[in-house]
Ligand binder design. Structure first.
Ligand SMILES: NC(=O)c1ccc[n+]([C@@H]2O[C@H](COP(=O)([O-])OP(=O)(O)OC[C@H]3O[C@@H](n4cnc5c(N)ncnc54)[C@H](OP(=O)(O)O)[C@@H]3O)[C@@H](O)[C@H]2O)c1
Length: 364
C-alpha cells in the first residue's frame, strides 16, 4: 500500500521534476507520475532517465510509480489497472502538464491546456467520489490575467476582460476558469500562479531553458538590435527554488484550500537592468537600442531582423504590460515558514546569465 499517494501530471517538465524531488525528500509520500512515450523512448524509460539526471537515487526513486498517459485523452487514456490504483490510493493530485511555448497555436493550446485541464478535473471528480482524493492542486500562471494591460491582478478571482499577448495566456485563463467552476461545485482546490520561472536563486541552475530564455538568446546572440519597450518597464521572473519551496509550504497549510496564490517576485527587475547585465557580460555585442513602442516601426528593420522580430511577438506583452500582482495570500501563508519572498535584483540576473553561458545555452 502506498503512503499518501500523490499523483502528478507534468512531472517530466522543468517544474514537475523539481517538485517530485522535493516531495520525495521532504515527505514520506509515494508519487505516481503521468508520462508519455516520446522520440522512440517509452514513458517509463523517459522518467527513469530524467530522474537519474537530477540525482534521484534508487532509494528515493523506488517511491516513484510511472503511469502511461496523455492529457489530451479522456482520463488521460490511463489503463484500467492504473485507474483502479489511483482510485484506491491517491490523496493529492497535482495537475502541472501544459504546453508552455508562448508561440503555441490556438489549437494546440486549447487541446493541451484547456482540454487537458478538463480531463484532469474529470479524473479528479472520479477520484474524489470513488476514492479518497483530498486536494486538487492546479498550476496556473500569473499571466492568466493577461500580460498586455495596466491591471493589478487579485489572487482570488480572474478579471472579466483580460488582454492577452498569446494563446498560452488565453488558454490558461480558460483552464483556470474551469478549475474555479469545479471549486465552486465542491472540489477542494489550490491554485498556484507562478510568474516567469527562471533558474535557482543562488546558482542560476535550471533543467531546461524555456519561456523567457529563448527571448534573451535572440539579443545575446546579436540577432536583434532593437526592442520596443521602455527601460523602466519591469518583467516578473521568479527563481525555481522559491516556486518549489513556496508551493510545498502553501499546500501543507490547510488555509490554502479553495484559494489561489501568486508565486511571483515582489520587486521585479527592469528592462534597463537586464540590458545592463547584457552589456556587462557581452561586451562584444553592440548595445541594444530601446525604442518607444509608440514610435517603433517593423518596416525600418532589415528583412532578416523582421523575421526574427516575428518570433519575439508573443513575448512583447512581458516587456510592455503594466500587470502587477497582489500577493496577500502567499505572504500570509509564508509568514513564519522561513521562506522569504524572492530577490530578483541585478546580481540575480547576472547569476542567471552566467549559468546559461556556463552550460553552453548562451554563447559568449
Ligand atoms: N515555466 C514557467 O515559467 C511557468 C510560469 C508560470 C506557470 N507555469 C505553469 O507551470 C506548469 C509547468 O511548467 P513547466 O515550465 O514545468 O513546463 P514544461 O517544462 O514545458 O513541461 C511541460 C510538462 O507538461 C507535459 N505535457 C505537455 N503536453 C502533454 C500531454 N499532451 N500529455 C501529457 N503530458 C504533457 C510535458 O510532458 P513531456 O515531457 O512528455 O513533453 C511536461 O512534463 C505549466 O502548467 C505552466 O503553465 C510555468
Amino acid at each position: 500500500m502506498a503512503h499518501n499517494l500523490i499523483f502528478m501530471t507534468g512531472a517530466t517538465g522543468v517544474l514537475g521534476q523539481e517538485l517530485v524531488k522535493e516531495l520525495l525528500k521532504t515527505t514520506h509520500s509515494e508519487v505516481a507520475v503521468l508520462a508519455r512515450a516520446k522520440n522512440r523512448a517509452s514513458h517509463a524509460d523517459r522518467v527513469k532517465k530524467i530522474f537519474t539526471s537530477i540525482d534521484i537515487d534508487s532509494h528515493l526513486g523506488s517511491r516513484i510509480h510511472v503511469i502511461e498517459g496523455d492529457v489530451t485523452h479522456h482520463k488521460f487514456g490511463i489503463k484500467k489497472a492504473d485507474l483502479e490504483y489511483l482510485e484506491r490510493e491517491c490523496k493529492v493530485f497535482y495537475h502541472i502538464a501544459a504546453l508552455t511555448a508562448l508561440n503555441g497555436t490556438e489549437k494546440e493550446c486549447q487541446q493541451i491546456n484547456v482540454g487537458g485541464t478538463e480531463h484532469a478535473l474529470e479524473l479528479a471528480w472520479d477520484l474524489r467520489k470513488k476514492g479518497k482524493l483530498e486536494r486538487f492542486i492546479y498550476f496556473s500562471t500569473a499571466f492568466v490575467a493577461g500580460s498586455v494591460w495596466n491591471h493589478c491582478s487579485k489572487e482570488d478571482k480572474l478579471p472579466a476582460k483580460p488582454v492577452f499577448a498569446n494563446y498560452y495566456e488565453s488558454s490558461k485563463y480558460k483552464a483556470e476558469t474551469k478549475v474555479r467552476e469545479a471549486m465552486a461545485k465542491g472540489l477542494p482546490v489550490t491554485i498556484i500562479r507562478p510568474s516567469i520561472v527562471v533558474g535557482h536563486s543562488e546558482t542560476g541552475e535550471v533543467s531546461d531553458f524555456n519561456v523567457i530564455y529563448p527571448f534573451i538568446k535572440l539579443f545575446a546572440h546579436g540577432m536583434l538590435s532593437k526592442i520596443p519597450t521602455h527601460l523602466k518597464n519591469t518583467f516578473n521572473i521568479v527563481p525555481i527554488d522559491f516556486v518549489i519551496r513556496a508551493t510545498c509550504a502553501i499546500v501543507k497549510d490547510p488555509r490554502s484550500v479553495n484559494r489561489a496564490f501568486h508565486v511571483v517576485a515582489p520587486k521585479p527587475p527592469t528592462i534597463g537592468m537586464l540590458l545592463r547585465v547584457g552589456e556587462e557580460e557581452y561586451s562584444t555585442i553592440p548595445p541594444i537600442e530601446v525604442i518607444d513602442p509608440k514610435h517603433f516601426k517593423k518596416n525600418n528593420m532589415s528583412a532578416q531582423e523582421q523575421m526574427v522580430f516575428a518570433m519575439l511577438e508573443p513575448y512583447l506583452g512581458y516587456l510592455n504590460g503594466h500587470l502587477t500582482f497582489d500577493t496577500r495570500n502567499t505572504r500570509q501563508i509564508l509568514r513564519g515558514t522561513g521562506i522569504p519572498m524572492p530577490k530578483t535584483d541585478h546580481p540575480f540576473l547576472k547569476t542567471l546569465v552566467r549559468y546559461a553561458v556556463k552550460v553552453g545555452y548562451l554563447a559568449i
